[in-house]
Write a protein that binds this ligand. Structure first.
Ligand code: SAM
Ligand code: SF4
Length: 326
């Protein structure tokens, strides 16, 4: 089976937020830290997650990314990864993390079945790192990245959000990191959310200047392979790592969309910048509900919009990316 929408896009990649909570205070995401909403329910259990993933695998999904909030805050993170990795049909389990526990658990993550790891790291300077995240933990995160490479997690990437006037001076050091290390560096353009208007206006840095810089220093765009998502990838013969650019404001971005999202409470989000979620949790209570879950997602897919409306200043009801699983 495979899931396609009325705009000819097919979907095989699910981003699953497994908690809204986070221990960092990134200035563009949760500058005041996480506070539990009054009406908060517990996140999906391991069994509910397993039922969800099994339904999506039936629909042809083979790549699952666990995100949040900070997914490694969950004490059962290894069980969650194991449950996802052993679901028939799932070929890749990925995790996006701020890296704070990585030094301790990199090997266990790999043993649980993790294939791909994205570590968020917005500066290689310890003072700037602390300013951005509210945490003096750059060296721990760097050690965590080394631990992930040593543990043999097959794909390790660094995500850096481009921030005007904050980390522009780090771009050169990030690119150098790819010289000797087989690591992907992903630069993400800052996105507007409900809570970051003022910050966005001050620090949004379009990716064009970075792309010009890459082209000038010999980085070549790599051809997209079937199933690749919206990231633009660049390679260079003198570098072991690759550079990726995520440009959500580009006109092309939504055309190659291959993903859906599910919130930590089991809400299906068709577009990151959409207006709401479709609750699936009642369909996750028993493996016997798989057929109903599959039919429900099939019925909803044509409501996925052709494109977000970020260029018109409309960003849906995303208050922060931590809340909906960025
Ligand atoms: N806590 C984990 C982390 O930071 O990797 C996972 C969740 S976080 C919401 C996922 C990614 O979204 C991170 O790479 C973060 O830098 C990015 N992000 C958060 N808010 C963003 C925004 N407004 N614009 C662009 N990227 C953002
Ligand atoms: Fe937490 Fe990730 Fe948001 Fe930073 S970007 S505050 S680490 S959820």
């Amino acid at each position: 089976m495979h899931l396609e929408d009325s705009h000819g896009r097919s979907f095989h990649y699910l981003r699953l937020s497994i908690t809204e909570a986070c221990n960092f205070r990134c200035s563009y995401c949760l500058p005041n830290g996480f506070s539990k909403p009054a009406n908060a329910c517990r996140p999906l259990s391991v069994q509910e997650t397993s039922n969800l993933v099994s339904g999506f695998a039936e629909l042809g999904f083979w790549k699952m990314r666990l995100t949040g909030g900070e997914p490694t805050i969950r004490s059962d993170i290894l069980e969650v990864i194991e449950a996802v990795a052993r679901t028939p049909g799932i070929r890749q389990v990925a995790l996006t993390t701020n890296g704070y526990r990585l030094r301790k658990i990199a090997r266990e993550l790999r043993d649980a079945g993790l294939h791909s790891l994205n570590v968020s790291l917005d500066s290689l300077d310890s003072d700037r790192f602390r300013e951005i995240t509210g945490q003096p933990r750059l060296s721990e995160v760097m050690d965590g990245i080394d631990a992930a490479l040593v543990a043999g997690i097959p794909s390790v990437k660094v995500n850096a959000v481009l921030l005007r006037g904050v980390n522009e001076q780090d771009l050169g050091s990030f690119i150098e990191l790819a010289k000797e290390t087989p690591i992907g560096i992903r630069f993400i353009e800052l996105m507007r959310t409900g809570q970051n208007e003022e910050y966005f206006l001050r620090h949004h840095l379009p990716v064009g200047a970075l792309q010009f810089r890459l082209a000038r220093s010999g980085w070549k765009p790599l051809e997209k392979r079937a199933g690749d998502g919206p990231a633009l990838e660049y390679g260079h013969s003198d570098y072991r790592g690759r550079i990726g650019v995520i440009a959500p404001y580009s006109r092309e971005f939504c055309r190659s969309c291959n993903r859906l999202r599910v919130s930590s409470q089991g809400g299906l989000r068709l577009c990151l910048f959409g207006e709401g979620d479709f609750p699936l949790r009642t369909l996750l209570q028993s493996p016997s509900q798989k057929g109903e879950l599959v039919d429900t997602v099939r019925a909803l897919i044509d409501r996925k919009p052709e494109s977000h409306l970020l260029h018109q200043g409309k960003f849906g009801n995303a208050s922060t990316l931590a809340a909906i699983g960025g």
